[in-house]
Design a protein around this ligand. Structure first.
Ligand code: P6P
Length: 333
């Protein structure tokens, strides 16, 4: 008998006491928003959703129409429920405080509404990434400072990948579960529980075109992989790079691997390309909950104390033994 997301969350709340009803409501609202985003994404050229919106986001990136559609869907879906105090998004410069006409809750929701948007127009998997924190002091008004908590403070994290299947992947601190959208029922159905990433792998994911810009530890690691079984690793490696973090991480949660978007010399003042609060932190918690590891080359990503809402970070995550190897090369450098 299939278990719906709703039933799974009720059991997490009732049987395991892991999530209060307000958090359960939040997660169900986010899942419904992801269903709406999936519907818009699947329209493609049949809907007025492809191409650019003629604007830029806080990162200075050209916004796609679907970036804005997805952002609006998540804002509108979450404003009225009374479970949230505020939201933060890759697509918005500052936090969005729940308007006074609605009750405010104690949760903070951060998201990248549509990650991998360079893949939208070419029909390659993209996704929504989200992370949930609690307000530091419930008695005070919410501000941007409330969001600046390390990833270890997350109470829920997940993503929804819009690919051949639409799959929601979630953790509330009790392992990682996957839910596939049953379009006939219109509901997410539990399709995998207790996801585990193998500690070893033969597959790495990195944008090889940046090789000349990498730091020495990353060059050493990738060079050893490329030497294959004649080299120090004694085995051949395969490479994948989808340029949608959600799709690359989903592959790693499904069959192992290591994903790297390291610091490079192109913009030395930036610690990396990916954002800490709504990309690296949720993905790092999911990966750790599945037995993997995630560092910035020097420390556990979840331990990083954020100083800015949109700060970036270098990311090395996936199969534990590979992440520890890359991190050890940084320590020796
Ligand atoms: P590049 C998508 O824009 C993204 O933020 C991640 O999803 C992805 O892993 C990365 O950037 C791709 O970057 O430089 O390879 O296009």
């Amino acid at each position: 008998m299939s278990i719906s997301l709703t039933r799974y969350l009720v059991e997490q709340q009732r049987a395991k006491g892991r999530i209060p009803s307000e958090l359960r409501l939040l997660l169900e609202v986010v899942a419904r928003a992801c269903k709406s985003i999936s519907h818009a994404v699947n329209k493609g050229a049949l809907g007025d959703v492809l191409g650019t919106a003629g604007s830029e986001n806080v990162q200075g990136e050209v916004q796609k129409k679907l970036d804005i559609i997805a952002n609006d869907v998540l804002i509108e879906a979450n404003e009225w429920g009374g479970h949230l105090a505020a939201m933060a998004s890759e697509e918005m410069d500052s936090i969005h405080i729940v308007p006074n006409r609605y009750p405010q809750g104690e949760y903070l929701l951060m998201f990248d509404p549509l990650d991998g948007s360079s893949n939208i127009d070419v029909n390659v998997s993209i996704g929504t990434i989200f992370s949930v924190l609690k307000k530091v002091d419930p008695s005070k008004g919410v501000s941007e400072e409330d969001f600046l908590q390390p990833g270890t403070q997350q109470v829920a994290a997940g993503y929804c990948v819009y690919g051949p299947q639409t799959t929601l992947v979630l953790t509330v601190g009790d392992g990682v579960s996957m839910f596939t959208l049953d379009r006939e029922q219109g509901s997410f159905v539990l399709t995998q529980e207790n996801v585990k990433i193998p500690a070893d792998t033969k597959e790495f994911a990195i944008n090889m075109s940046n090789m000349r810009h990498w730091d020495e530890p990353v060059k050493r690691y990738i060079d050893e992989c490329l030497q294959g079984e004649e080299g120090p690793r004694g085995k051949n490696f395969n490479m994948r790079w989808i340029a949608s973090m959600v799709a690359d991480v989903h592959r790693i949660l499904t069959r192992g691997g290591v994903f790297m978007y390291p610091w490079d010399k192109r913009e030395p003042g930036k610690p990396g390309k990916l954002r800490l609060m709504y990309e690296a932190n949720p993905m790092s918690w999911l990966v750790e909950q599945a037995g993997g590891a995630s560092t910035n080359g020097h420390q556990r990503i979840l331990d990083i104390q954020p100083t800015q809402l949109h700060e970036r970070v270098s990311v090395i995550l996936g199969s534990k033994n590979e992440v520890e190897r890359v991190t050890s090369y940084h320590a020796k450098a």
